[in-house]
Design a binder for this molecule. Structure first.
Ligand code: GRG
Length: 301
């Protein structure tokens, strides 16, 4: 799909496909309270970069696989990401009123329904992955590996653990290693899942999966540091030292520890390392993955 397009058109095309499929991903014949369906769809369809599902598809393509076969897993990772955002925005966590330019789920549907919409998206993600084993030409043991990895990387040793560490860290992250732990789990783990799952669908070998894991880890960390940089660049920034000493007012981010310029250099270094993991692994069609890594490093939103 979109094989001749530039990377921006590729992203737009894949995001549009993903959005069409997300919109019809909750079976119309399933009986459920209409407010729950509405709340699930409200957040699923609220926009967003669709980075993780695009990575699933691009990774399958990189190994010569069929992106149609990877689609249910791509939708699943976006469902997990969306649930995490709904819960992250709740008063008990970040207490945000807006997400992607729209009122957050709990502002529109109330806290209880927002929690339930998140729960329902989490479980629906696993439904989507398993259903694909039945409907498409993907072997059951590959699906079992994907389900196992999705549970691990989105769960306690993965994204949820990263979020828990972040919550505890609000009392004061004092070391860069602590921040890196949070970033690696809160952000990188779903990116790692995405690229490995796409690879698994395309029949990746153990070595190819190891290359994808390295790629995803570096890319996820680079993405998060870039996010930290973009958070700051609107503010007054003093290069090379903590922007403010008061951690209650100043979010403890990568630039907080090493400054803006060193953070930018770190994003470039991680992107190089991510590229190298793929370039040395001899994938049949790595171009889109490599272009995505470069695109994310240069993004400004
Ligand atoms: C509540 C279990 C639980 C987890 C929450 C995703 C998350 C973990 C928190 C959101 C806050 C945040 C900045 C997390 C770091 C990961 C990240 C950069 C999320 C935003 O992802 P994007 O930029 O979002 O891909 P869009 O809106 O484009 O989908």
């Amino acid at each position: 799909m979109n094989s001749g397009a530039g990377i921006v058109d590729y992203i737009k095309g894949q995001a549009a496909w993903i959005e069409r499929e997300l919109e019809r991903s909750i079976p119309a014949e399933w009986s459920m309270p209409s407010a729950l369906r509405e709340a699930m769809l409200y957040s699923l369809m609220a926009g967003g970069k669709r980075l993780r599902p695009i990575l699933v598809l691009a990774s399958a393509e990189a190994l010569g696989g069929n992106s149609e076969d990877a689609l249910p897993v791509a939708l699943a990772v976006e469902m997990i990401h969306t649930y995490s955002l709904i819960h992250d925005d709740l008063p008990a966590m970040d207490n945000d009123d807006f997400r992607r330019g729209k009122p957050t789920s709990h502002k529109v549907f109330g806290e209880a329904m927002a929690i339930l919409a998140g729960d329902a998206l989490l479980t629906h993600a696993f439904y989507s992955v398993v259903q694909s084993a039945r409907q498409r030409d993907v072997a059951g043991d590959i699906i079992a590996d994907i389900v196992e990895e999705l549970a691990r990387l989105s769960g306690a040793p993965g994204m949820v653990g990263g979020q828990a560490a972040d919550m505890q860290g609000e009392q004061g992250v004092t070391k860069l290693e602590e921040l890196e732990y949070i970033h690696l789990h809160k952000t990188s783990d779903l990116v790692v899942f995405s690229v490995k799952a796409g690879g698994r669908i395309a029949g990746a070998s153990r070595e190819q999966l190891a290359a994808l894991e390295r790629f995803g880890t570096c890319l996820g960390l680079a993405f998060q540091i870039q996010d930290d940089i973009l958070d700051l660049t609107g503010d007054e920034v003093k290069l090379g030292k903590p922007v403010q000493s008061d951690v209650k007012q100043q979010k403890v981010t990568y630039p907080y520890f090493i400054g803006l310029e060193a953070s930018q250099a770190k994003v470039e270094e991680l992107t190089r390392e991510a590229r190298e993991a793929i370039e040395t692994a001899g994938f049949p069609a790595p171009e889109r993955l490599l272009e995505l890594a470069d695109y994310l490093m240069k993004r400004d939103h």
